[in-house]
Design a protein around this ligand. Structure first.
Ligand code: FMN
Length: 173
């Protein structure tokens, strides 16, 4: 990897912000699939690739999911919701598989940001994960890990902060 590409990756990692308000404009299906492809290049234990995706655009389905979370406005306002699931039948170690799905979700967010799209990782709805399966008519072998709301950002005013690395490194010897 060239030094230039390395710097581009770090730039996307640090400039990506959670986007919760979207323009009322459709998102090109090709962009979503491109980002899902990048997401699927995440590492996983034994390369078992335990992630599965549900791509949702139907307003009625989005509304039914919105009723299961306090982030209803983001659910309804996003042109696309992507449910990310762990396929328990592909699972070999629950903790490691959850970590792999987390890496996959982060890849997805970074790919979307690099394609100029906004997105937010939504976890609060997990309190109703069984109900989500029923709404989407999906089998019990899938466990909801997150919903990612995706769209064209309504603005770029998001800010965030991170603790300095000096506070995070607890041992270096
Ligand atoms: C596991 C997880 C769950 C999250 N759940 C929610 C959520 O339910 N609602 C929400 O608005 N943001 C949620 N977020 C987004 C975080 O609030 C956000 O990443 C954090 O505040 C840092 O902001 P940034 O992403 O703009 O850097 C979640 C993020 C993670 C990693």
């Amino acid at each position: 990897m060239t030094q230039e590409l390395y710097n581009d990756v770090i730039k996307v990692m640090t400039s990506r912000r959670s986007v919760r308000q979207f323009l009322d404009a459709p998102v090109d299906r090709k962009l979503i699939w491109e980002a899902l492809k990048a997401a699927s290049w995440a590492p996983s234990g034994l390369n078992n690739q335990p992630w599965r995706f549900a791509v949702l655009r139907d307003p009625d389905l989005k509304d039914r999911l919105a009723r299961l979370t306090r982030y209803a406005a983001t659910f309804r306002g996003a042109p696309v919701l992507v449910g990310v699931f762990l396929d328990k039948e592909s699972s070999y170690d629950y903790v490691k598989d959850c970590q792999a799905v987390g890496a996959c979700i982060q890849n997805f967010l970074l790919a979307l940001a690099s394609l100029g799209l906004g997105a937010v990782w939504l976890g609060e709805i997990l309190k109703n994960k069984e109900e989500v399966l029923r709404v989407l008519d999906l089998p019990d072998r899938l466990e909801l890990m997150a919903v990612v709301a995706v769209g064209h950002p309504a603005h770029h005013n998001q800010s965030s902060h991170r603790r300095p690395v000096e506070e995070l490194v607890i041992l270096e010897r």
